[in-house]
Design a protein around this ligand. Structure first.
Ligand SMILES: [Zn+2]
Ligand SMILES: [Zn+2]
Length: 274
């Protein structure tokens, strides 16, 4: 079994429901050896969801306080989940998960691919002629370019565009065109970062049956030399390990021999054999 840990946790500093202190208490109660906070990083739009300048300062202060206060309980890491449109500096943070949530429309607006299903469907109708595949292609192009250029520590929820594709309502995820868009993005991404999270957040929050990324992509990632780390993308303290059995099973099924977890001391990552 993997060591208990998560590099991907949200709190009331961004769109999470629990305080940072509640998250730490839940992590301790669940036997965590380490915990990484990853607030949605500073951006200049959609501020209900991400940190603003003052929020970033408060977040850094609070995580730093918890690091000292709980030094004898578990290693706490001060991270961020940084969208491709974020304006956050990297220096104040000990690690970065890089994710793409938004795609740009021809009229200059942006929308989150993991937003409300009806909104996403309307945007696909208005900007992609009703072809969800074109949305997926845009999303993956952006993701591959971002990871390759930014070189984060961890790649976030690789196939997030699947969130609103239940029953194939936006595109056929087994079609060669979709698979090519996703695997081309993996080929680009691995030039910037070799560690991808296996993210169980949607299992707890929207009833998904498998983590991000889906099995074929998780297998492809291994085939090109990629590594994985299990994460809960938790927004509510009691869900801190939600979906972990399914996530660990997915990692094994895809053939991985080991997985990373956030380090217990100074090294950012340690490894667990499977
Ligand atoms: Zn995210
Ligand atoms: Zn997240």
């Amino acid at each position: 079994m993997l060591k208990r840990s998560s590099p991907h946790v949200h709190t009331q500093f961004c769109d999470g429901q629990s305080t940072a202190e509640e998250m730490v208490r839940s992590a301790i109660a669940h036997g965590f050896v380490s915990l990484g906070f990853s607030s949605h990083a500073l951006q200049d739009f959609d501020l209900d969801y991400a940190l603003d300048g003052e929020g970033e300062r408060q977040y850094i202060d609070e995580v730093s306080r918890l690091q000292k206060r709980h030094a004898g309980d578990l290693r706490i890491w001060r991270g961020m989940e940084r969208d491709s449109l974020s304006i956050a500096r990297r220096e104040p943070f000990e690690y970065v998960i890089a994710s793409v949530h938004y795609v740009a429309c021809p009229d200059g607006s942006v929308f989150p691919v993991d937003g409300d299903a009806g909104m996403v469907r309307d945007r696909v109708q208005a900007f992609y002629g009703g072809e969800g595949l074109r949305l997926a292609q845009d999303y993956y192009r952006l993701l591959g370019e971002y990871i390759s250029a930014y070189q984060p520590d961890i790649i976030g929820h690789f196939d997030l565009v699947m969130k609103n594709n239940r029953d194939g309502r936006l595109f056929d995820a087994s079609s060669p065109a979709y698979v090519k868009a996703a695997t081309d993005a993996m080929d680009a991404a691995i030039t910037g970062c070799s560690l991808m999270e296996v993210n169980t957040g949607a299992i707890a929050r929207s009833g998904a049956r498998e983590p991000y990324p889906s099995h074929p992509l998780l297998s492809y990632w291994r085939s090109i030399g990629g590594e994985v780390i299990l994460s809960s993308d938790c927004h509510l303290a009691r869900d801190i390990t939600a979906g972990y059995e399914t996530g660990e099973a997915a990692i094994r099924k895809a053939g991985y021999q080991k997985a990373a977890f956030l380090g217990r001391r100074d090294e950012l990552f340690e490894w667990c054999r499977l």
